[in-house]
Design a protein around this ligand. Structure first.
Ligand SMILES: Nc1ncnc2c1ncn2[C@@H]1O[C@H](COP(=O)(O)OP(=O)(O)OP(=O)(O)O)[C@@H](O)[C@H]1O
Length: 234
C-alpha cells in the first residue's frame, strides 16, 4: 500500500491554545478513514489543521512528498487537499454550475462527472446556492471539492442535520467516490455506524489525543468499545 498522508506527533490549536497533542497517523492511497470522537474532542480541529485553517504548534504533516506544515490553505488545495468544511462554504450568490466552474481544475473530476455522481445537482444547475436545500448544499460542497481534483477529500460531518433519505443518497455517493473511484478520504462523524460501514480504517480522538486506531470493520464489530470511547453502541 502506498502511503498518501502521514501525520507525526502533531500539536495544533487556535492562537496560543493547544487542542491536539501528539497525534500521529498514516493513511494509504485510496483508503477511507473514519475520524470519530465525542463532542469537542478535536475532530474538526484536526480536519482544519490539514486544510491549513488552524495554528500548527508542532509535528509534521506530509501529503505524498509535499510537506504541508507551513503551507497556506490555497497551496494545500493545490497539493491535493479537498476540504468540505462543516459550514459547507458554497458561494450562495452563484448558481450550482458557477460554483463548480469557478473552482474546477483540469483532471478526472469535471463538473459533468460531478453531476453524474449527484443527479439532483444536474437538475438544479441554474439555481442559486440560496435556493438549495441543506442536502443539496452539502452535495454541492462535495462536488466543489471534487472538481478541484484532490488527492485527499476531507469531509467534516457531511451528514449532519440532513433528512434520512438524503443521508442515504450522500452515503451512497461518498461510497462510490471512495470505493469505486478510489479517492482517499477522511470523514468526521458523530454517529459512527454509517461511516464505519463505508470506511477502511478508524481512529478515535479524546481530549485532543488519538486514543484508538483500528480497522473500521473491527471497531464496528465491538459495540462495547464504541460505547466506552464514544458513549454510543450503534
Ligand atoms: N476557533 C476556535 N478558537 C478557540 N477554540 C476553539 C475554536 N474552535 C474549536 N475550539 C475548541 O477546540 C476544542 C475542540 O473542538 P473541535 O470543534 O475540534 O471538536 P470536535 O470533536 O470537532 O467537536 P464537534 O463534534 O462538537 O464538532 C473545543 O474545546 C473547542 O472549544
Amino acid at each position: 500500500m502506498n502511503e498518501l498522508l502521514r501525520i507525526e506527533d502533531l500539536s495544533a490549536g487556535y492562537g496560543e491554545a493547544v487542542v491536539l497533542t501528539g497525534v500521529s497517523l498514516a493513511l494509504g492511497e485510496g483508503r477511507t478513514l473514519a475520524l470519530l470522537g465525542r463532542n469537542g474532542t478535536g475532530k474538526t480541529t484536526l480536519i482544519n489543521t490539514l486544510a491549513g485553517a488552524t495554528r500548527q504548534h508542532g509535528g509534521r504533516i506530509t501529503l505524498g512528498d509535499v510537506e504541508l506544515n507551513r503551507l497556506a490553505p490555497h497551496r494545500r488545495a493545490a497539493a491535493g487537499i479537498g476540504w468540505v468544511p462543516q459550514e459547507r462554504n458554497i458561494f450562495k450568490s452563484l448558481t450550482v454550475h458557477e460554483n463548480l466552474t469557478a473552482v474546477a481544475r483540469a483532471g478526472h473530476w469535471t463538473p459533468e462527472r460531478a453531476y453524474a455522481m449527484f443527479p439532483r445537482l444536474a437538475e438544479r444547475k441554474g439555481n442559486l446556492g440560496t435556493q438549495l436545500s441543506g442536502g443539496e448544499q452539502q452535495m454541492l460542497a462535495v462536488a466543489r471539492a471534487l472538481v478541484l481534483n484532490p488527492r485527499l477529500l476531507l469531509l467534516d460531518e457531511p451528514l449532519e442535520g440532513l433528512a434520512p433519505i438524503i443521508v442515504e443518497e450522500l452515503l451512497r455517493a461518498i461510497r462510490r467516490i471512495t470505493r469505486d473511484e478510489g479517492l482517499a478520504a477522511i470523514i468526521v462523524e458523530q454517529h459512527p455506524q454509517a461511516v464505519l460501514a463505508i470506511s477502511d480504517d478508524a481512529v478515535v480522538l479524546d481530549h485532543g489525543r488519538l486514543v484508538h486506531a483500528d480497522s473500521a470493520q473491527a471497531l464496528r464489530a465491538q459495540p462495547e468499545v464504541l460505547e466506552r470511547l464514544l458513549g454510543v453502541a450503534r
